[in-house]
Write a protein that binds this ligand. Structure first.
Ligand SMILES: Nc1ncnc2c1ncn2[C@@H]1O[C@H](COP(=O)(O)OP(=O)(O)OP(=O)(O)O)[C@@H](O)[C@H]1O
Ligand SMILES: [Mg+2]
Length: 391
């Protein structure tokens, strides 16, 4: 570490002082010089020294003013400044510190004192810089990891959607095939007149429109929300659940809404991210119910019950299922990343992401407890009243 030669800028209008300081410091440091405040600023910009020794009384611009300007310029603001001056008035010293100086050496100065103070401050400065660098590196690492998590969970959602589209397309696609086949048959037996053809075209177009709607719904779902907006929480739940209701039915999960779709309860945030939370909840409840059915643990049907209400300036959502509840082994760490009880079948980021979205981005809360036969998630979001809507 000591191999590095730090650079020090010496600013003094007295040639004798500059010479003295040079003699004291030249062995250890790379030195540069300036003779007044104005040229000190210019030199600091050019050389970017690791430390500045600054005289106070100088022509043109004094040291205090120079220091103030150094501190006001982002590129030089962090460079430690030690004042060197014969001024001994306490008010002057206070002034020097107020302008951003880090230390003060009185003239006439002692060789040892100069060396000790310069060394100490360079070490401190270096320590601070390497700490800042470490923090920055750590933050960057976190950001990249976070990005990867978001990406992973998007991919999972995409897989889910493709399965859903495939499922929802099955019937109309079959029907379309039949219509086309039928046109050929009608032609073969001479029944294909204009009216017949028109009817077939209309039927086909209706089916195609339906299929294209399905894709559009999912496309909208995947788009990241560009900005925070007010949205109807009830409607968001209905929309997402409806997108996946076909598949849920197939998996024996019934959705029970205890809240009317017309109930308008608004909150603010990135609505598509919030929908991602709902999808995570759906997937988790469905997995839980499926596992339970597979184990032969219950005969009835699986359900998800959703109740949305307004409680003291909050929109409160109760999401209850009968999937057997959360396993003890994961309960405590449920909202931490990579916590899963599904082995290869899960990545353990669904709930981590959900918490990050609700608590980190929407100033809400998510919590969970086990009921007699399942899990209950409670989501609380700040209520936005129509009057203070930020649309
Ligand atoms: N409704 C639920 N019923 C029972 N257990 C649940 C429920 N929701 C979550 N869990 C438990 O919490 C764990 C973590 O859930 P989380 O959604 O974070 O990850 P995951 O579902 O395992 O994987 P993925 O990243 O694919 O979502 C699950 O593995 C499961 O054990
Ligand atoms: Mg999950």
């Amino acid at each position: 570490m000591e191999e590095v030669r730090w650079s020090v800028l010496i600013v003094d209008d007295e040639p004798y002082n500059r010479k003295l300081l040079r003699l004291i410091l030249m062995d250890k440091y790379n030195l540069s010089f300036a003779t007044d405040g104005v040229s000190a600023l210019e030199a600091a910009q050019r050389v970017r020294p690791d430390l500045i020794l600054l005289d106070i009384m100088m022509p043109e611009m004094d040291g205090i003013e120079a220091c103030r300007r150094l501190k006001a310029t982002p590129e030089t603001a962090d460079i430690p400044v030690i004042f060197i001056s014969a001024l001994t008035e306490i008010a002057e010293k206070v002034n020097a510190f107020n302008s951003g100086g880090i230390d003060y050496i009185c003239k006439p100065f002692q060789r040892e004192e100069v060396i000790a103070r310069v060394q100490t401050h360079l070490r401190l400065y270096n320590l601070q810089r390497s700490l800042e660098k470490r923090v920055q590196e750590e933050l960057n690492k976190r950001r990249i990891e976070e990005q990867m998590l978001i990406q992973q969970s998007k991919m999972a959602a995409m897989g889910e959607m493709i399965a859903s589209i495939a499922h929802q397309w099955k019937q109309p696609l079959n029907a379309l095939g039949l219509i086309v086949q039928d046109i050929k048959d009608a032609f073969d037996v001479g029944e294909l007149d204009k009216k017949y053809l028109e009817q077939s075209v209309t039927q086909s177009m209706d089916l195609i429109k339906l299929m294209s709607h399905t894709v559009q719904d999912f496309q909208n779902f995947l788009k990241p929300s560009a900005q925070k907006m007010t949205f109807n929480v009830t409607e968001a739940f209905y929309e997402v659940v409806n997108l996946f209701s076909d598949q849920l039915k197939k998996d024996n999960v019934n959705i029970r809404f205890n809240t009317d779709r017309t109930l308008k309860l608004y909150s603010a945030g990135y609505v598509n991210e919030f929908k991602q939370v709902i999808l995570n909840l759906i997937n988790n409840s469905r997995d839980a119910v499926k596992t339970r059915i597979k184990k032969g643990e219950f005969k009835g049907e699986g359900f998800i019950e959703i109740a949305i209400e307004e409680v003291k300036d909050m929109v409160v959502v109760h999401w209850r299922d009968n999937g057997g509840g959360i396993d003890e082994s994961v309960f405590e760490k449920l909202f931490q990343p990579y916590v899963t009880s599904k082995g290869e079948g899960g990545t353990g980021i669904g709930l981590y992401m959900s918490k990050a979205i609700i608590e980190g981005k929407m100033e809400g809360r998510i919590s969970v407890f086990n009921t007699l036969d399942g899990a209950e998630f409670v989501i609380e979001l700040p209520l936005v009243r129509p009057g203070d809507r930020c649309l």
